[in-house]
Write a protein that binds this ligand. Sequence first.
Ligand SMILES: Nc1ncnc2c1ncn2[C@@H]1O[C@H](COP(=O)(O)OP(=O)(O)OP(=O)(O)O)[C@@H](O)[C@H]1O
Ligand SMILES: [Mg+2]
Length: 261
Amino acid sequence: MGSVLQLTDVSVVRDGNRILDRVSWEVQPTDRWVILGPNGAGKTTLLQVVSASIHPSEGEAVLLGETLGKIDVFDLRPRIGFASSALARRIPADESVLDVVLTAAYSVTGRWNETYEDVDIRRARRVLAEWKLDHLAERRFGNLSDGEQKRVQIARSVMTDPELLLLDEPAASLDLGAREELVQLLGNYARSTEAPAMVMVTHHVEEIPPGFTHALLIADARVRAAGAIEDVITEPHLSEAFGLPLQVERSDDGRFTARAA
Ligand SMILES: Nc1ncnc2c1ncn2[C@@H]1O[C@H](COP(=O)(O)OP(=O)(O)OP(=O)(O)O)[C@@H](O)[C@H]1O
Ligand SMILES: [Mg+2]
């Protein structure tokens, strides 16, 4: 199989501003990418392009072998798993956890009159177990803790067995224990040969799960560095992207830390 995604000089223009500026980027099926960059850099916009949610204003985006603009995005979207806080806000608070995951099979939020096959229900329960949520299957989504809600969103995003998994700040707002639990689950998933290509946006190098292989740094709408994680998550690159001198360390288990130098 070829590249999972290939962007060539992709720009996105909004209100006359280039919020993505000539981004070129390629992801292979076994890659696990982390995207880092300051607030407003364009990270979420980039995920919107590669989830087929928006089209580039300029340039070419090929997703899973299909060129955006030449195919029906409704055929493409079920092949891409996407978890973000914007999507989570559309989940009804009174929906059961099982239904939150199950409804992904129809690309909807909020169960209505769809009928689900036993095979879908079995898969939803298996996915819940993988993300340590089986004991919460009958609970209402709105009553879960932030950490539990984040895991439900990820479980939902892998329900359709996607070929590309996109996570926009999956660890945002989590406490230390919940963050560590999620980093460990994501790390295990990243190392599994069954897992799809992964792209995760984060603000903190501490949240990069071991097993992630590549990194893309973006600042002011432009890619500042992209490639193997050890070549990108470095003091010079991070200091330049975030605009202050940073001290960056990596421990033997693959975890990173960063602080002002
Ligand atoms: N639809 C839009 N119209 C106009 N400007 C937009 C639109 N969407 C995003 N922007 C602007 O584009 C820039 C990039 O936004 P984006 O959400 O991609 O940043 P981000 O890197 O995800 O930031 P954060 O880390 O805060 O989530 C921001 O300045 C934002 O205000
Ligand atoms: Mg964002």
